[in-house]
Design a binder for this molecule. Sequence first.
Ligand code: BTN
Length: 323
Amino acid sequence: MKEEVLRLLRNNNGKCLSGEEISSCLNISRTAVWKHVQNLKKAGYLIEARHGKGYCLLKIPDVLYPEEIKNGLKTVILGKKIYYKNEMPSTQALAQKLADNGSAEGTLVITEHQKKGKGRLGRAWVGPPGKGLWFSIILRPGISPIAAPRLTIVAALAVALAIERVTGLRAGIKWPNDLLLRGKKVCGILTDMKAEQDLLEYIVVGIGINVNLSSEDFPPELRHKATSLKEELGVEVSRIKLLQRSVEEMERLYQSYLNKGFSYIRRLWMKWNVTLGCEVDIKESGRSYSGKALRLEEDGALLVDCADGKQRKFYAGDINLRS
Ligand code: BTN
């Protein structure tokens, strides 16, 4: 019912709606209306009660409530089911558990405060409260596990496009899945999958975007290599808008990949990547390689012309750009 009260106030476009109108519309008492309004205020909505006129919704908080995410989200599959909690250890861990228990494709798990965020290669991921986007999406693409790296490419591209749409900033994609602004990391992506023989049962794509963090929000050892959209722009960015656009771009590119293949994604990625042509150091399965990044392969792998004269394909790994 609280959501219904909010819907009425929102649809009234900043004009006042009397308690009586709300109560008769929803068939609840005026005291109940008052209680719901108090709860909405507690949740961060700025609602003014004007004498003789009623309630007026003046400001919506930038809090990741499912009803705010769904309001204006133009997708058919992704984000139709949302799990939101103010804090949780890791959206990735919860999404994997949900996927194991059969949660539908497109399920979105999101939190304000991720207390034990997982990064790639066993690292931790910093997710302070109310400042970033820390979320995971369950996908069930019905493809072979060897095609999974392509979905990392799809996700990185989707977030890069969304960042540009919302902020005008053009992030570069460092293979496989980091987004950089002025050489500093603004977004990281982690994929976990479960597969049986030749078929992916599910893949969970976990995305962390440093939206409104200040440099003090990062641990000192990360400050020289991590940044946020707010740090780069000088103003705060709406997390809800950025999340909606990211999920929409993700759905569009994901569908395009599934229906038309990887070529379009690969061509688009070429325009956004900052990896090809660079001298790189790559660590994969405990071994280190150096060489020149040559090409993104059709399967999502990176082809590197290594210093020992051999060309090698990398499917995952930790990469450092030298030039
Ligand atoms: C990386 O190391 O670059 C990947 C970072 C991925 C972080 C995101 S935040 C949401 C999701 N939940 C997690 O625990 N990790 C991912």
